[in-house]
Design a protein around this ligand. Structure first.
Ligand code: C5P
Length: 301
């Protein structure tokens, strides 16, 4: 039996992320900023289906508007597949179909999840058998958030955000996510940050964040939620501040801009509180989703 007959296609699911804490340090010579962040993988997923082909191609479908997603060589999942083929000396190609649930250019790592899932899917499809460490190395070359969506769970990220240490986390945190139709460019938000902020030389994740995650205590985590990219994102998109305030006065323990935005993430006391906030937001005309974390990283389903 050939490999093609044995594994006609591989489906991998990878999660979105929320940065429950994000401190931005100085900009390095490579253009990246030093970060100290706490990531949580949440139950909003990208599915990547890889099947054998001679060349490399990609399509995107799913419940959300993916018209802004490139399907050519700029696509991070395609770049991931090519990088793996090159690294492993694989001579064939792959057809990649992405089923999207994570908002595009939303600050939740949707593109990074696609890349992480593509690495895992192609590795299985092609039988290249890379170690987790090797896959993590390729992930870091693709983007700062790719190693985390590969790993999942809860983790502290330093360096560009790609040097990861798993963090102990107990229980479940319930979130309400408010996507926004107009995506934001991550480099633009970092540039706006540079215009005004004094960044600390060595940013750190405070112990309060680690305690709250370890205790599984949503109230404690709500007190510690912080994102240095929130102020620049709100300067670029002042309309988001009203939605943040609406969420915080309608049952959220706290709200935060997710990553570089514009998606907003509200932490709720429980699943029931999250559902009630989601309904309030929807009644006020906002799209809102309930999710929970932490969840697993990219894996075959
Ligand atoms: O690695 P990724 O493609 O996600 O990064 C997108 C952009 O975000 C980078 O080109 C850079 O402008 C900015 N960035 C940064 N510092 C980081 C991560 C991202 O300045 N640690």
């Amino acid at each position: 039996m050939t490999l093609v007959e044995e594994f006609p296609e591989i489906r991998v699911r990878a999660p979105a992320k929320i940065n429950v804490f994000l401190a931005v340090g100085p900009r390095a010579d490579d253009g990246y900023h030093e970060l100290a962040t706490a990531f949580q993988a949440v139950s909003l997923f990208e599915d990547v289906i890889a099947s054998h082909d001679d060349g490399f191609s990609l399509s995107v479908s799913g419940p959300i508007d993916s018209s802004g997603v490139p399907t050519d060589e700029r696509n991070l999942a395609l770049r991931a597949a090519r990088l793996l083929a090159e690294h492993a000396g694989y001579g064939g190609g792959v057809r990649i179909d992405i089923r999207k649930e994570v908002p595009v250019a939303g600050g939740m790592g949707g593109g990074s999840a696609d890349a992480a899932a593509a690495l895992v899917a192609c590795d299985a499809l092609w039988g290249t058998g890379l170690s987790t460490r090797e896959l993590q190395g390729l992930a870091a070359r693709l983007g700062a958030d790719v190693p985390f969506t590969l790993m999942g769970g809860t983790a502290i990220g330093t360096g560009r955000g790609d040097a990861l240490n798993p963090a102990l986390a107990r229980g479940r945190f319930d979130w309400v996510i408010v996507p926004n139709a107009l995506g934001m460019s991550t480099p633009d938000v970092y540039r706006e940050f540079d215009r005004q902020a004094e960044s600390p030389a060595a940013p750190q994740v405070p112990t309060e964040v680690l305690h709250a995650l370890r205790a599984g205590d949503a109230r404690m985590l709500a007190e510690a939620l912080h994102n240095d990219l929130q102020a620049p994102a709100l300067r670029m998109r002042p309309d988001l501040a009203d939605v943040l305030e609406f969420g915080e006065t309608n049952g959220a323990l706290a709200g935060i801009v997710s990553g570089s935005g514009p998606t907003l993430a509200f932490l709720a006391e429980s699943r029931i509180e999250a559902r009630s906030l989601q309904q309030s937001l929807e009644r006020a005309g906002h799209e809102a989703l309930t999710v929970y974390g932490p969840v697993h990283g990219a894996r075959i389903v």
